[in-house]
Design a protein around this ligand. Structure first.
Ligand code: PAN
Ligand code: ZN
Length: 187
C-alpha cells in the first residue's frame, strides 16, 4: 500500500525535501542548443556554469510524479539559458509547470508546427497539452524555479528538438526579450 507524504518545496531555491533523485546540467552538456558556438565554447572553457538542475519526488507504483527545475540566469550570445526541450515518449501525457520564482518563457511546439508561449512568473501554472514539445527559458536576472507535475512514465523524447531545433528563439535584443524565427530550424 502506498502511504501519504508531505513534501516540502522551497520556491526560492527549488529544494525538494525529501527528494528521490536529481541531476544537473552544465553548459558543456548542452552543446548544440545554442547557435553562437564561439560564445558557448568560451563559456565552457571558462567556468562551464551550471545551467539547470532537476529534482524529483517519485514513488514506486504511483501514477504521479512531481519535482522542480531550477534554472540559473545567463546567456550564450544573445540566447538565454534554456532547457533541452522535449516531447514525451508517451504522447498522451501532458504536464504542468507552476512557476515559483523568477521569470521566463515556456516555449511550446506541436507536432504539426504550431508554436505557443506561456509566460513563466510566480502565480502562473502552465498547462502543457499532450504531444507538445516544451522548453523553458530563463529570461530574468535571478533563478527561475518551477514545479513540474506529470505521469512518472511519461518519458522524454529529445531527438527531434536536438536535431531540428525549435521554430522560435528567445533572444535579448536592445535590452528587451524577443521571440524571433529560428533561422536554423530544420522543417
Ligand atoms: C521537466 C524537464 C526539466 C528539464 O522535468 O525535464 O525541466 O528540461 P529538459 O528535460 O527538456 O532538459 C519535464 O518537462 N519533464 O517532463
Ligand atoms: Zn516534460
Amino acid at each position: 500500500m502506498l502511504l501519504p507524504a508531505g513534501v516540502r518545496i522551497d520556491g526560492r531555491s527549488g529544494a525538494v525535501t525529501p527528494a528521490t533523485g536529481s541531476y544537473a546540467k552544465h553548459l558543456s552538456e548542452l552543446a548544440g542548443l545554442y547557435r553562437d558556438k564561439a560564445a558557448h565554447a568560451a563559456m565552457v572553457a571558462g567556468q562551464d556554469p551550471l545551467a539547470y538542475e532537476v529534482v524529483d519526488y517519485r514513488h514506486q507504483d504511483s501514477d504521479l510524479a512531481f519535482g522542480t527545475t531550477i534554472m540559473a540566469p545567463g546567456r550564450v550570445g544573445d540566447e538565454f539559458f534554456m532547457t533541452r526541450g522535449h516531447f514525451h515518449e508517451r504522447r498522451e501525457c501532458g504536464e504542468t509547470y507552476y512557476t515559483q520564482s523568477g521569470e521566463g518563457i515556456l516555449l511550446l511546439q506541436s507536432r504539426d508546427g504550431l508554436v505557443r508561449t506561456v509566460e513563466m512568473k510566480p502565480g502562473i501554472c502552465a498547462f502543457i497539452p499532450p504531444d507538445w514539445a516544451h522548453r523553458s527559458i530563463n529570461t530574468g536576472d535571478e533563478k527561475l524555479v518551477f514545479v513540474w507535475h506529470c505521469a512518472p512514465d511519461a518519458g522524454h523524447e529529445y531527438g527531434e528538438i536536438l536535431e531540428k531545433g525549435m521554430r522560435k528563439l528567445v533572444v535579448a535584443r536592445d535590452g528587451r526579450v524577443e521571440i524571433v524565427d529560428n533561422p536554423n530550424f530544420v522543417s
